[in-house]
Design a binder for this molecule. Structure first.
Ligand SMILES: Nc1ncnc2c1ncn2[C@@H]1O[C@H](COP(=O)(O)OP(=O)(O)OP(=O)(O)O)[C@@H](O)[C@H]1O
Ligand SMILES: [Mg+2]
Length: 234
């Protein structure tokens, strides 16, 4: 297991949001965190990267507990979160955004990035603020790759994007997966989740209430209905 959470508890002030999250991700595996609004998906990702530090429990990365580490040290270990609201530099060009994020020892070069995201190459001299929403999302993921992560976490990467762009980003995430990257994906779009994931977790009120392989989950209308209130085939 590259990443393993054991009974992680986290709070916002007095509000006990994560109530014992346990999950694991194998090297090269893509898992999703599913669940209704407010279930604790984003908070789980934030607790892994130390932005919302766990008050109890373990976050084991390659066997070592990171739960007490500051977020910059966690990032340096190779755990990278692409947050929901992108956070790219609007006044810098696309290429500057990328080279700024690069780590000296990164296995990822600009050429590798441009092979996955040809649109970013076309737009490399454009300012980050001139990009479309989809291109900004691509740049946010590309920037994360430049930091040479071992675990990449994506929080709602296709939210609000047009279907053709969603398909493009799904194809790009597949290419990233093919490099052997371990990925945790939080996404409301179930079709996207089932196209990408090996396994799913469902979060409810700050706990994991269900896990299944992609095939088992796709066949399990009861789970989809009960925990998500959706039906994939509808
Ligand atoms: N900064 C914050 N301060 C206080 N409470 C927060 C904060 N962020 C989130 N919460 C609360 O924590 C709970 C979990 O929120 P979280 O953002 O993790 O949910 P989520 O599963 O990502 O939901 P969504 O699908 O809406 O993104 C919710 O009740 C939310 O209102
Ligand atoms: Mg969220």
């Amino acid at each position: 297991m590259i990443l393993k959470l054991e009974e992680v508890h986290a709070y916002y002030g007095k509000s006990h949001v994560l109530q014992g999250i346990s999950l694991q991700v194998a090297a090269g595996e893509v898992v999703t965190l599913l669940g209704r609004n407010g279930a604790g998906k984003t908070t789980t990702l934030k607790s892994i990267v130390g932005v919302v530090p766990p008050q109890k429990g373990k976050v084991l990365f390659e066997g070592h507990d990171m739960a007490k580490l500051p977020s910059h040290k966690i990032a340096r270990q190779g755990v990278c979160l692409v947050p929901e609201h992108r956070g790219i530099f609007k006044l810098l060009t696309v290429e500057e955004n990328l080279t700024m994020a690069a780590r000296k020892d990164s296995a990822w070069t600009l050429n590798d990035i441009y092979r996955i995201f040809p649109r970013l190459q076309e737009r490399r001299k454009n300012g980050g603020g001139q990009l479309s929403g989809g291109e900004q999302q691509m740049l946010a993921i590309a920037r994360a790759l430049m930091t040479h992560p071992k675990v990449l976490m994506l929080d709602e990467p296709v939210e609000g994007l047009a279907p053709v762009i969603v398909d493009e980003i799904v194809a790009q995430i597949r290419l990233i997966r093919a490099t052997g990257m371990s990925i945790i994906l939080v996404e409301q779009n179930l079709q996207v989740c089932t196209q990408l994931a090996d396994r799913h977790y469902i979060v409810e009120q700050g706990r994991i209430v269900y896990t299944a392989s992609n095939a088992d989950f796709m066949a399990d209308d009861h789970a989809k209905d009960r925990y998500l209130g959706v039906n994939l085939t509808a």
